[in-house]
Design a protein. Structure first.
Ligand code: GLY
Length: 338
C-alpha cells in the first residue's frame, strides 16, 4: 500500500479526506490531516452526528466529544464540550499544551476559551427540528445505514445557527414508530436508538507517521452526561506507532465493554492481519452482548505499513479511502451479522 493514506469512517468522511489530502500529498503530517478531516465534518451541519449540526442530548443541548492520538504517550481528548465546535482541535491542545490526557464538561470548555477558541452555538436549525419531532414522536432514529452523502465539495463553510441548509433535508433521518419497550425498560432507554455516525480517521503520512482522531456528538438524544467510546483512548481510537492503529464507530456502549480499538491494535501486535483483528473485536462484542437489530459497530484497522481493513457488525457501513491512486467510498471487508 502506498503512502500517504487517509481512511475515514462513513461516506461523509470523503469530504474531510478531500480537504486534508492536498496538504498531506505535499508532505504534510498525519496529525494535521486527521485534525483537518474532523474539523471539516464538525463544521458541516448536514452531518447530524458530529459537531455543529449534531443531534442534541435529551435536554436539547448539543454536547461534543473528540480525541486525537499519535502514540500511547502522545494523545489528547475532550468530552461533553458544549460551547465550542471543534473538539478535535481542543483535544490536540490538551495533548500539546497540558500534562493531561482528557478534559471534560465545563473544564474542557474553560480550557478551550483560555486557548482562544471561538465559542459557537452548536444547535443547528435542522437538529433543533429533529429534537422537537423526537420530543413529540419518541420514534426510533435510524442512523445505522450510511446515507450516501453526496460527493466531496468545498467544505468548512463556517456554518452558523440559522444559516440555510443547502443539503438534502429530507431523507437524513428516518423516524419509525416507537416499539413497545421490553419489560423493565422505559421508552426513554437510549438502547432503542439506532447506531450513529462518529467520524473516525486514521492516517499514515509520507514520513511513515501514523495518527488518528475521532469526533462525535454522541448518541442522539442521549442522557446528559453520557460519554461514549469516541473520546476515550483505547475505545474509540488507539494508535501504536510500532504496531498499528484502529478506530471505531457505532454504538459506543458495545465498543467500550471490549476496549475495541486497543484490542484491535493488541491483536495486530500479536500477529493478526488488520482484517482478522477487526473481525476478532466484533466477534468479542457478539460474544459478550445481546446485540440488538438497532446496534451497529464498525472498525478500521491499519498497520504501520499502510495495510488496512474494515469490518462491521451489519451491512450499511462504508469507509472513505484517499491515497495516491484512490479516492473512493468502499464497503467493509467483512460484515459479521446478516
Ligand atoms: N461511537 C460514538 C458514541 O457512541 O458516542
Amino acid at each position: 500500500m502506498t503512502v500517504p493514506l487517509i481512511l475515514s469512517t462513513w461516506s461523509f468522511g470523503q469530504r474531510g479526506n478531500e480537504a486534508a489530502w492536498p496538504g498531506l500529498a505535499r508532505g504534510g503530517h498525519s496529525i494535521d490531516a486527521v485534525e483537518r478531516v474532523c474539523q471539516v465534518l464538525e463544521a458541516d451541519q448536514e452531518v447530524d452526528s458530529v459537531g455543529f449540526g449534531g443531534l442534541p442530548d435529551s435536554n436539547g443541548h448539543v454536547s461534543l466529544d473528540g480525541c486525537i492520538m499519535l502514540a500511547p504517550n502522545r494523545c489528547g481528548s475532550v468530552c461533553n464540550v458544549r460551547r465550542f465546535m471543534h473538539p478535535v482541535s481542543i483535544a490536540r491542545q490538551v495533548m500539546e499544551q497540558t500534562h493531561h490526557v482528557m478534559l471534560s464538561g465545563d473544564g474542557a470548555d474553560a480550557f478551550a476559551q483560555a486557548q482562544g477558541f471561538m465559542p459557537a452555538d452548536l444547535l443547528a436549525a435542522d437538529a433543533q427540528d429533529a429534537y422537537h419531532r423526537w420530543l413529540k414522536e419518541r420514534g426510533t432514529v435510524d442512523q445505522s445505514r450510511d446515507k450516501g452523502y453526496s460527493a466531496p465539495r468545498p467544505i468548512d463553510r463556517g456554518a452558523s445557527r440559522g444559516q440555510p441548509n443547502d443539503g438534502a433535508r429530507a431523507g437524513r433521518l428516518f423516524f419509525h414508530p416507537a416499539p413497545e419497550p421490553p419489560p423493565g425498560r422505559s421508552r426513554d432507554d437510549e438502547s432503542k436508538w439506532k447506531g450513529h455516525d462518529t467520524i473516525g480517521v486514521l492516517c499514515i503520512d509520507a514520513h511513515g507517521v501514523l495518527a488518528g482522531a475521532c469526533s462525535t456528538s454522541g448518541m442522539p438524544f442521549k442522557l446528559p452526561g453520557r460519554v461514549g467510546d469516541s473520546p476515550i483512548i483505547g475505545h474509540g481510537l488507539y494508535v501504536d506507532p510500532e504496531h498499528g492503529a484502529a478506530v471505531a464507530t457505532g454504538t459506543g456502549e458495545l465498543i467500550m465493554g471490549v476496549c475495541g480499538s486497543f484490542l484491535a491494535v493488541e491483536l495486530m501486535r500479536a500477529g493478526q492481519e488488520p482484517l482478522e483483528a477487526a473481525r476478532s473485536v466484533l466477534q468479542r462484542i457478539i460474544d459478550n452482548y445481546d446485540v440488538k437489530p438497532e446496534h451497529q459497530v464498525a472498525l478500521i484497522a491499519m498497520r504501520p505499513d499502510g495495510q488496512f481493513a474494515s469490518a462491521a457488525l451489519r451491512s450499511g457501513y462504508k469507509s472513505s479511502v484517499r491515497g495516491n491512486q484512490r479516492n473512493e467510498v468502499v464497503e467493509p471487508d467483512a460484515v459479521m451479522l446478516r
